[in-house]
Design a protein around this ligand. Structure first.
Ligand code: ADP
Ligand code: MG
Length: 412
């Protein structure tokens, strides 16, 4: 995977304000915020609270009526907006692809505008399609109408990344796709960010999405006032006020599951065979594995079917009708919540974990998940105890210092 050098840039919003003509109240009122380079910040808040207006002021699709915007320390409030937008990728709901352009033309839009050569653009398009998980050969010549909603959204992300901008703005980019596709797109974005380290500002009205994607979350109330700006863990365990608690909603403990990924827990090795293995070999492997079940992989190493002993007996020499199709998998970037969902709906209580190209990497089962959740909760409990202990400790220190009457100069 080519690692880009164009890592994220910091963003500072200073007294940022937007008054739309004819509105008595500002839509965005005096927002101050510092976003670190390489960080994913999610704006979450109710509809109409000013999320999109705030976001679009960062690349000046909407011109602020007050305040400053700084990117990597440079004041960009008054620079040529076209120049600004070269450094700020932008992806929106429903992808916003141009229907009369092919996928390749859509992705190549910004590079073309800034005068890249044909060969450089076409190499970049291939690279980006691969990056967002679409086969370049299959997709580059297609038109948007020939793509599913999820595929269009991937192309939209590729287009936003085309000129390798340090900053990526995303306005409810996955709002228009079905929940399963959305889950996959979220996982993909997380994986991408692991490779790219962009600064991403992501808008959503879905708190669960915010928890899953954000390094930090800004919970916004009306006129884009910041109710709380902190890590997902801090917001879940310590919401600033009733407005934030209302937004976090019920089940904060379960939402903790959104904060741990499959890659952080133990993934079990499972006996596997491939469709190219002779049936006798499959029998032997199953017998020597000591399990009742074996995973059949396709020619490209992707999970295909679960095979039990009985299935093989009934197969009578052909694998075509034997076994149960693997119909759900999770990636290593999936949350434990996704994994739990998959395990709970699987009749044998396990789910296959796959790599970048869908290849088998292991299995997660109920027992592993239960153990991980217990560890998670235990760690939380210890942390809370330590925090309390520190607090009491500092109180005791102060008392000692006062007793010794030396103005607190003693070392601990
Ligand atoms: N072009 C516009 N002209 C006037 N008012 C607008 C315009 N765009 C948005 N608004 C108003 O600004 C407020 C914030 O809108 P918006 O930023 O789109 O909210 P959100 O993205 O959080 O749903 C809303 O009250 C909306 O009606
Ligand atoms: Mg909006």
């Amino acid at each position: 995977m080519p690692e880009t050098d164009n890592h994220g840039a910091s963003i500072e919003l200073e007294n940022l304000t937007k008054r739309y003509p004819g509105s008595p109240q500002p839509a965005v009122d005096d927002v101050n915020m510092e976003i670190k380079a390489g960080e994913v910040v999610v704006f979450v808040g109710p509809s109409g609270c000013g999320k999109s207006t705030t976001l679009k002021m960062i690349n000046r699709l909407i011109e602020p009526t007050g305040g400053r915007i700084r990117i990597d320390g440079e004041d960009v409030t008054d620079i040529d907006p076209v120049k600004l937008r070269r450094n700020v990728g932008y992806a929106i709901q429903s992808a916003g692809l141009f229907p009369h352009m092919t996928v390749a033309q859509n992705i190549g839009l910004v590079p073309r505008m800034i005068g890249w050569s044909k060969s450089r653009i076409s190499a970049r398009v291939e690279e980006l399609l691969d990056l967002v998980g679409l086969d370049p050969g299959e997709f580059h010549g297609r038109y948007p109408r020939q793509l599913s909603g999820g595929q269009q959204q991937r192309v939209g992300v590729a287009r936003a990344l085309a000129a390798d901008p340090p900053v990526l703005l995303m306005d409810e980019p996955f709002g228009a796709v079905d929940p399963i596709t959305r889950d996959h797109l979220q996982d993909e974005l997380i994986r991408l960010q692991h490779e790219l380290h962009k600064t991403i500002v992501f808008v959503t009205h879905d708190f669960d999405e915010a928890i899953k994607i954000g390094d930090r979350i800004a919970v916004l109330r009306e006129r884009s006032h910041i109710a709380q700006f902190d890590t997902p863990e801090a917001i879940l365990t310590n919401p600033a006020d009733d407005f934030v608690s209302g937004f976090v909603g019920a089940g904060a403990a379960l939402k903790r599951l959104n904060l741990t990924r499959v890659r952080d827990v133990e993934i079990t090795e499972y006996p596997t065979v491939t469709v190219d293995d002779p049936l006798q070999e499959i029998f032997n492997r199953l017998r020597s594995s000591g399990t009742n079940e074996i995973l059949l992989l396709d020619k490209r190493g992707r999970p295909y079917k679960w095979l039990r002993r009985g299935d093989l007996m009934r197969a009578r020499g052909s694998l075509a009708r034997a076994g149960t199709l693997v119909n759900d998998t999770v990636t290593r970037d999936a949350t434990l919540r996704d994994a739990l969902e998959a395990v709970l709906t699987d009749n044998a209580g396990r789910v296959v974990v796959t790599g970048r190209r869908g290849e088998y990497t292991g299995v997660v089962d109920m027992e592993t998940l239960m153990n991980s959740v217990h560890e998670l909760l235990e760690a939380d409990r210890l942390e809370a105890l330590e925090a309390q202990h520190d607090l009491e400790g500092s109180r005791t220190d102060r008392t000692h210092a006062e007793q010794e009457g030396d103005g607190g100069e003693t070392t601990a």
